[in-house]
Design a protein around this ligand. Structure first.
Ligand code: PEP
Ligand code: MG
Length: 317
């Protein structure tokens, strides 16, 4: 089976009715780029930069170290797009493992991701400058995690402008980047139209979207059986975001675990998704599902699934 999948590496990712589907890799280390290319990814859909920052007991990577890390990924992707997400520490990704998790009242609802970055603008702009400078060397898409409020969007974009001004002042060159928002808080999914006004692309983080929609801690074993990607509330939010982005002619990707879950591939295709980002190990298996799928038949079926209370697995087309 593995050999059969390996042969699909250079097969274009098209549905039976000829719809092109983009398969991207999620990576956590700069050196993961090579594995993404080997797996047949056509770009990096999510570079989780927090892994550069974690486990260093407070000594954070500076602009030059980050710049080199981002350049390494960009060069390993040979001109394919690289989506770099700004820091997402806090909650399930503690900056310092020595810090007890219960130090925070409720880490998943607390200071994490963009909230953390906006609370430490000097650190945030250091990362932004490193990413902007690296973008000279290849196509970079800049992605912000956990946005929910318009004020956060505006502050984030203001920090970006300030980072650019700082580079101008130092006479350093930097590249043009596309701007994207993670949609991973139900409030963001429900107000997706305002995100579309500010951003070039959206990336749906289903890991957190499920956690916050169902009030299930994604890391808590005691409630893991209730962590259900097929819950109708989750599916409706995912469907609305995809539909809104498609209607606005903007790119939308799913980069949570759902994108690499073979039992979800056809449903996501039916909902109109044409870009999936996942662990490189999943890419060829998902491609096989896509090659066997007929998106014309899947669309009406996906709409039935959305309107029904019957679990999607029981309604296969
Ligand atoms: C997500 O929340 O689905 C996601 C892709 O981000 P992370 O798993 O890093 O929180
Ligand atoms: Mg997330």
């Amino acid at each position: 089976e593995r050999e059969r999948l390996a042969r699909l590496r250079f097969t274009p990712s098209l549905t039976m009715d000829g719809q092109r589907v983009e398969l991207l890799a999620n990576i956590e280390q700069p050196s993961d780029g090579a594995a993404a290319v080997r797996a047949g990814a056509v770009g990096v859909g999510l570079f989780r930069t927090e892994f550069l920052f974690m486990g260093r007991s407070g000594n954070l990577p500076g602009e030059e170290e980050q710049y080199r890390a981002y350049c390494e990924v960009i060069s390993s992707m040979h001109g394919m797009p690289v989506t770099i997400r700004t820091l997402d520490v806090g909650a399930d990704k503690p900056l310092d493992k020595a810090q007890p998790k219960d130090y925070y009242l409720n880490p998943a609802l607390g200071l994490r991701a963009i909230r953390w970055s906006l609370a430490d603008p000097v650190m945030f702009r250091t990362q932004l400058r490193a990413i902007l400078r690296a973008a000279v060397h290849g196509p970079v898409k800049l992605l912000f995690p956990m946005l929910a409020h318009r004020s956060e969007i505006e502050q984030t974009l203001a920090q970006l402008r300030q980072a650019q001004a700082e580079l101008d002042m130092r006479g350093l060159v930097y590249g043009k980047v596309k701007l994207g928002a993670m949609i991973e808080i139900p409030a963001a999914a429900l107000t997706v139209r305002s995100f579309l006004k500010y951003f070039d692309f959206l990336s749906i983080g289903t890991n957190d979207l499920i956690q916050y929609t169902l009030a299930i801690d994604r890391a808590d074993e005691a409630v893991a059986h209730l962590y259900d990607p097929m819950h109708p509330a989750v599916l409706r939010l995912v469907a609305e975001v995809i539909a809104a982005a498609n209607a606005a002619g903007k790119e939308v990707c799913v980069c949570g675990e759902m994108a690499g879950d073979l039992s979800m591939t056809r449903l996501l295709l039916g909902l109109g998704l044409r870009s999936f980002s996942m662990h490189p190990a999943q890419i060829l298996a998902v491609k096989q599902e896509i090659l066997r799928a007929d998106s014309c038949k899947l669309a009406p079926w996906a709409n039935e699934v959305l309107d029904s209370d019957t679990p999607a697995q029981m309604m296969l087309p």
